[in-house]
Design a binder for this molecule. Structure first.
Ligand code: ZN
Ligand code: ZN
Length: 368
C-alpha cells in the first residue's frame, strides 16, 4: 500500500510503497478516506518531533483521520464493511491507572504512544488496522465533515477542563448570573475556530482574536456565528476593557499566552492548547503582576492535551449540533482537499489563509 512516511529527526516526507498491516483476530481493517493536516504534522516533517514504532526505521504520518471499514471481525459485529469510522490517536501505557481506565490522555508515565506522532504508525496510508476500542462509528450524514472530529475532540477536552475549573465555584441559587459568561479564543486556526463554534453552542458570549486583519475567512465565519472578531496585531488593547471567564489559547505563542492571561476576569480560567517551541527566545513577563492577579482573582491556568474516546463521542454529537445551527460552516473550514500525491506542497509549507487542509487517500473518493 502507499503511505506517507517520515524519519525523524531527519526532516522530510516521502510517499512510499510498504506492506499493508496484518489484521489480527478481533481487529478491523479500515480503508483511509482522508486525513487532516495540522501543525503537529508540519513539526514532524521538519524533524522537530515524532518517533517511529520500536524497531521501525520510519513512521507513517497522520493522526486526523476518516476511513471506511474494509474488513470487519465476527467479534465486533457493530463494524460492518462500508461503515465510516474515525480512530482515536493515543494508545495507553498499559500501566498507569488512567490508561487502565481508558483515559490515556491523562497518562502519568509518558510511556504512551500516539498514532502518526510517536511510537505508532498513523493514518496517511491506504489502510490501517485497529481494535474496536479505538474506533468511533460516524453516521453517514456527517461524512463530509467527520475528518474534523479528531481536532474537535481536542477542543472538547480543553473546554471541558476549563468548565470544570469554572464549576468549582459553588452555585448561587436564587442569584443567577446576570449575563452570558464570556469566552476569549486566542488564535483562529482550526482549533481556535472549532473552539469558537463550540463555545457559542455552549451559550458563551465569544470573542476571538488573531493578527490577520478583518478580511479573512475566519473573521467572516465568526461574524456568521455571532462571535466577535478582534485583530490584535497592534496589541491586546484592541479587545477593549473586557475581561473573560474562560480563555482558550490556541495560538501556540508564549507572547500571546501572557497577553491573554491579563484579560482573565475574576474566578476565570485560561486553558492552553497550543504547543510553543521550547527553544524559542525567552519572553519577558511581569511575573509579579500575573501571579498577584491569579491569587487575588481566584484564577487558574490549565494545560490540556489530546482527548480520550469520551471526547470523540461528545464531539460527534456537537458536529451534528453545529451543522444543524450553521449548515455548511464546518464544511467551509476544510479550505482545501488535495490528493495524497500533492503531499509535498501540503506538508512542506502551510498555505496562507488555509484553515484545514485535507489529504485524500487511497480509495478515498472525497465526499463532494
Ligand atoms: Zn492535529
Ligand atoms: Zn499511562
Amino acid at each position: 500500500m502507499r503511505a506517507l512516511v517520515v524519519r525523524p529527526p531527519v526532516p522530510g516526507v516521502e510517499l512510499v510503497d510498504c506492506p499493508a498491516p496484518e489484521r489480527p483476530a478481533g481487529s478491523i481493517r479500515v480503508a483511509v478516506r482522508e486525513c487532516g493536516v495540522c501543525g503537529t504534522d508540519h513539526d514532524i516533517v521538519e524533524g522537530k518531533y515524532g518517533r517511529p514504532p520500536d524497531g521501525a526505521s520510519f513512521l507513517i504520518l497522520g493522526h486526523e483521520n476518516l476511513g471506511v471499514v474494509r474488513e470487519g471481525d465476527p467479534a465486533a459485529p457493530e463494524f460492518a464493511p462500508g461503515d465510516l469510522v474515525v480512530a482515536t490517536v493515543r494508545r495507553g501505557c498499559g500501566r498507569c491507572r488512567f490508561c487502565l481506565a481508558n483515559r490515556s490522555d491523562f497518562c502519568e508515565t509518558d510511556a504512551f504512544t500516539e498514532r502518526g506522532i510517536r511510537g505508532a504508525h498513523g493514518y496517511m496510508a491506504e489502510e490501517y488496522v485497529e481494535t474496536p476500542d479505538y474506533l468511533v462509528r460516524v453516521p453517514a450524514g456527517l461524512g463530509p465533515i467527520a475528518v474534523l472530529l479528531e481536532p474537535l475532540s481536542v477542543v472538547e477536552k480543553a473546554i471541558d477542563q476549563g468548565q470544570r475549573v469554572l464549576d468549582r465555584k459553588e452555585p448561587t441559587p436564587g442569584h443567577p448570573r446576570p449575563e452570558a459568561a464570556r469566552a476569549l479564543v486566542a488564535g483562529t486556526g482550526a482549533i481556535g475556530m472549532l473552539a469558537a463554534l463550540l463555545l457559542v453552542i455552549r451559550g458563551y458570549d465569544v470573542t476571538a482574536v488573531d493578527r490577520r486583519g478583518e478580511d479573512t475567512f475566519a473573521a467572516r465565519l465568526l461574524g456568521r456565528i455571532g462571535a466577535k472578531h478582534v485583530d490584535v496585531a497592534a496589541g491586546f488593547g484592541a479587545v477593549g476593557a473586557r475581561r473573560f471567564d474562560l480563555i482558550v489559547e490556541a495560538a501556540g505563542s508564549t507572547a500571546v499566552d501572557f497577553s491573554s492571561i491579563d484579560r482573565l476576569g475574576p474566578n476565570g480560567v485560561i486553558v492552553l492548547t497550543g504547543i510553543p517551541d521550547a527553544t524559542e527566545r525567552p519572553v519577558p513577563v511581569p511575573g509579579g503582576q500575573i501571579f498577584r492577579d491569579l491569587v487575588l482573582g481566584n484564577q487558574a491556568i490549565v494545560g490540556s492535551v489530546n482527548a480520550n474516546r469520551t471526547y470523540f463521542e461528545t464531539g460527534l454529537e456537537d458536529l451534528g449540533r453545529i451543522e444543524e445551527r450553521w449548515p455548511g460552516a464546518l464544511a467551509s473550514m476544510i479550505t482545501s482537499r488535495r490528493p495524497i500525491e500533492s503531499y509535498r506542497e501540503v506538508l512542506l509549507s502551510a498555505a496562507p489563509g488555509a484553515v484545514k487542509t485535507v489529504l485524500t487517500i487511497g480509495v478515498g473518493a472525497p465526499p463532494s
